[in-house]
Write a protein that binds this ligand. Structure first.
Ligand code: HEC
Length: 209
């Protein structure tokens, strides 16, 4: 009982939730299922909710050509799709999708954020979220002027799989669904972006001159 009282006190002090089953020890066996059900209701989100933005399982087949600055480029749009730059910015700002702004500063987007602090993004599953535009990390190089440094085909290659250019990079491959190790079972076989999303992001990157 003393231990439970201390746990309740600690919970009050530090503001964490303690499972219902720890608060009142079930007195009779018949109470146990009810207590279990209660603690389940408070449990953290299940693992199956990890991939909840409609992540695609298909990746396009593409032809790799020789780039100008980089060794490799994908010169043809994936699946022949036409990109939409505004949507591309949304995918880039989305915390669970591109999350590019976590690593890359983009002056143009910082300037936009002064007027429009966040962007509404509707993920592939139809769920709409509001994502901040004004918080940028500096783990990667700023993307200012990236369209002057690389061809469209090189930018596409970098979004699809940056390890083809920078083998040790921490930047994720956004259109790849195999060859990874220790992927969470719920996310196995999924890519982050589908072909259309890659084209949308490439369309936005092309505006960075
Ligand atoms: C976890 C951090 C991280 C994330 C997230 C990330 N990148 Fe990168 N990116 C990097 C790093 C680091 C480099 C530099 C290459 C290297 O590792 O040597 C880079 C390089 C690049 C380059 C080449 C820049 C140059 O001037 O050479 C482009 C273009 C790029 N990233 C685009 C993106 C886009 C678009 C997204 C989101 C869809 C993104 N990155 C997400 C870390 C990240």
């Amino acid at each position: 009982m003393v231990r439970i009282a201390m746990a309740v006190l600690a919970a009050a002090m530090f503001g964490f939730a303690i499972p219902a089953s720890a608060q009142t020890a079930p007195t009779a066996a018949k109470d146990a299922p009810a207590a279990a059900a209660k603690s389940e209701a408070k449990a953290p989100p299940k693992a199956k909710d990890r991939c909840q933005d409609g992540e695609p399982s298909e990746v396009a087949t593409y032809k790799i050509s020789k780039g100008e600055t980089l060794e490799k480029a994908i010169n043809e749009p994936l699946d022949g799709k036409t990109g939409d730059a505004d949507k591309g910015l949304g995918w880039m700002a989305h915390r669970r999708l591109g999350n590019c702004l976590a690593c890359h500063k983009i002056s143009k987007v910082l300037a936009m954020a002064e007027k429009t602090p966040s962007i509404k993004v509707t993920a592939l599953n139809g769920k709409t979220s509001s994502m901040p535009l004004g918080i940028h990390g500096e783990i990667g190089p700023p993307l200012d002027g990236v369209a002057n440094r690389y061809t469209e085909g090189e930018l596409r290659m970098l979004v699809v799989d940056p390890k083809t250019a920078f083998p040790d990079t921490i930047m994720p491959a956004f259109h790849k669904n195999s060859g990874f190790t220790r992927v969470h079972p719920d996310c196995q076989g999924l890519a982050i972006f589908n072909a259309q999303q890659v084209e949308d992001v490439v369309a936005f990157l092309k505006t960075l001159k």
